[in-house]
Design a protein around this ligand. Structure first.
Ligand code: ATP
Ligand code: MG
Length: 580
């Protein structure tokens, strides 16, 4: 098996374990069996010796009494044929050898053995007294050879060992067969796991029989498939991320809680003038000019924050930073996007300058417009007024001269007087609208009251009230004329569009100057494009030219409220006057 040392191989260990257990068990068995056999043979030998002694002692006494040694010899010869008998000696009562068979040991009579297993000289020595009646007649000494017993035990041992050996070989064979089959499949699994580890996710192992290994193989195949799909998705996500990072025009960095940079994209290096990986390990604060607030890099706000970036060469530029945070295995990881907003800032500055210029121009053009209106009113007054006065004087003269003599001429002169008087009124009204002199003479509140009075007269069905608070006498000419024109336009709109029966005008100076014109008409219709009128646009331009704010609140069916606030130069003041 690839990469597995032989002694660590499952197959080798399995076989070695089986062989070891077999050898131990069979050795114990053989050892036990040999002990049993030995005891059985020893007992048999003991019994044989005892029985032979009993026979001889029972028979030999009578022969010894009669001193019939020939018959005794004949009798003993039959017994001496026993294959295990080593020697047989019969002594008389004096201890002299009467008869001897076999090979008795030379010298003194051997000490009898208690049991064949106690014999240490290869022979089982036994003795018994020969008694006839109550008289001792002699002694029988007998030795039985242990060779046959030992041979039988040796044969039994050899057979047991042969059987045990065969059993061991058989066990090894069976174990090897099972082991080979098993370990081959496990080996395939191990090799497949190595291939998967090396990145080959197309690997599949045959499952084979539906046993534990088969089930493991099936589970392995499922797991590899799942890992393959997840790895592919992960690789795609990483590739996408890499492409985004590498092609992004914004700088991107990641860092941990210690705010030391872990990764940066090419745009980041380009933006700050660093090479390749030079930013890795640096503190993120290195990228900013001055000391940002302590949680700048680790407190995501969910919105972009402006800061001042510092390049490697020390140059400073405006920056927009967005910080995001994720947790990976309980550890926070931050990602920040850094966007160079130099161009935007320049555009903003240019825009601001243009806006200010625009405001100035509007202011100027409104002032010119008012001046023109004033001029026109003066011309109308001076030229047309004097002409009208001259016409009236002439007509008066004609009427007086014609008198009663010429009533038709007198009537015509009267008609001219009448028409010129109406013309004079019309021109006067025109002059007042062009330039409300009361504004110059009596101030804003009086001018508004006069204008509202005229408007009420023209629209008797709409109740209109004016409420003022605070000091409104010294707001300046441009503020006065703007507020006057705004009220004029709002009232015109109410009359033209609102279908209201009530208008409430509130003007106050409490630090800033605020004007509200609220009607209870139909309101602005949402979604419907407004007619391209100039009234509201003009109001907005006037308000912006004075650096103020305009708001138009409207709910369909519940009226419209035009709110204007202008920066004021007067301190707030309490109390107010109401003019119905
Ligand atoms: N008080 C109001 N109630 C309901 N609708 C209004 C009111 N004021 C303005 N509008 C709506 O807003 C539109 C734009 O008003 P704006 O004063 O700018 O133009 P206009 O009055 O139509 O024309 P212009 O003022 O140039 O003579 C109006 O046409 C009207 O539909
Ligand atoms: Mg209008």
């Amino acid at each position: 098996m690839n990469g597995v040392r032989p002694w660590r191989s499952l197959r080798v260990r399995l076989i070695a374990s089986v062989v070891l257990v077999e050898v131990i068990m069979l050795s114990l068995l053989v050892w036990h069996n040999l002990g049993v056999i030995r005891e059985a043979h020893a007992d048999r030998l003991h019994d044989t010796a005892t029985s032979m002694l009993q026979q001889i002692t029972a028979t030999a006494g009578s022969y010894l009494v009669e001193v019939d040694y020939a018959s005794l010899e004949e009798y003993l010869r039959n017994i001496a044929r026993h294959p295990e008998l080593a020697y047989l000696v019969v002594t008389d009562r004096n201890g002299h050898t009467a008869l001897s068979q076999g090979n008795p040991p030379a010298g003194p009579a051997p000490t009898p053995d208690a049991h064949p297993l106690a014999a240490d000289d290869g022979r089982y020595d036994v003795q018994a007294d020969i008694v006839f009646g109550d008289r001792p007649m002699g002694r029988v000494l007998m030795g039985l050879s242990l060779a046959q017993m030992e041979q039988a035990i040796a044969d039994a041992r050899d057979r047991s060992i042969a059987i045990a050996g065969a059993e061991i070989v058989l066990s090894i064979l069976v174990t090897v067969l099972i082991g080979v089959h098993l370990t081959r499949r496990l080996g395939r699994l191990a090799r497949a796991a190595q291939q998967v580890g090396a990145g080959d996710y197309d690997t599949e192992v045959p499952t084979g029989p539906a046993d534990e290994v088969g089930m493991t193989a099936a589970a392995f195949n499922r797991m590899v498939k799942e890992v393959s799909q997840r790895t592919r998705r992960l690789q795609e996500a990483l590739a996408r991320e890499r492409v985004i990072e590498e092609t992004a025009i914004d700088g991107m960095i990641t860092y941990g809680e210690d705010t030391r940079i872990r990764s940066s994209n090419p745009a980041m290096c380009e933006l700050f003038g660093f090479d390749g990986q030079a930013l890795s390990g640096q503190p993120a604060s290195l990228l900013l000019d001055g000391e940002p607030d302590p949680g700048f890099w680790t407190r995501p706000t969910g919105r972009r924050r402006e800061a001042r970036g510092r390049r490697r060469d020390g140059s400073v530029f405006p920056l927009e930073v967005y910080v995001g945070r994720v947790e990976i295995h309980g550890e926070p990881l931050y990602a920040a996007t850094l966007h160079d907003i130099t161009e935007r800032k320049q555009a903003e500055t240019e825009c601001k300058t243009l806006l200010e210029g625009n405001r100035f121009l509007i202011h100027k053009s409104l002032a010119v417009q008012e001046e023109e209106r004033r001029h026109l009113a003066r011309e109308l007054h001076d030229e047309l007024g004097q002409c009208m006065t001259a016409i009236q004087a002439d007509a008066e003269l004609i009427r007086e001269t014609a008198g009663r003599d010429n009533p038709r001429i007198a009537a015509s002169a009267g008609a001219i007087l009448d028409i010129s008087s109406r013309m004079y009124d019309a021109v006067h009204a025109m002059m007042r609208r062009l330039r409300p002199t009361v504004l110059d003479d009596l101030g804003l509140v009086a001018a508004l009251e006069e204008a509202i009075g005229d408007w009420r007269a023209r629209h008797p069905g709409i109740a209109c009230e004016l409420v003022t608070h605070g000091p409104l006498d010294d707001l300046g000419e441009s503020v006065n004329i703007s507020l006057y024109r705004i009220v004029q336009e709002c009232l015109t709109n109410v009359a033209r569009h609102a279908q209201a029966d009530r208008v409430h005008i509130e003007l106050m100076a409490d630090g800033e100057i605020r004007l509200e014109v609220r009607d209870n008409g139909r309101g602005l219709e949402p979604g419907r494009p407004r007619r391209r009128g100039l009234g509201l646009l003009g109001i907005r331009e006037r308000v912006e030219a004075l650096g103020g704010r305009l708001e138009i609140d409207s709910t369909p069916g519940e009226g419209t409220c035009v709110k204007v606030s202008l920066p004021g130069k007067h301190p707030p003041q309490t109390g107010g006057r109401e003019r119905p």
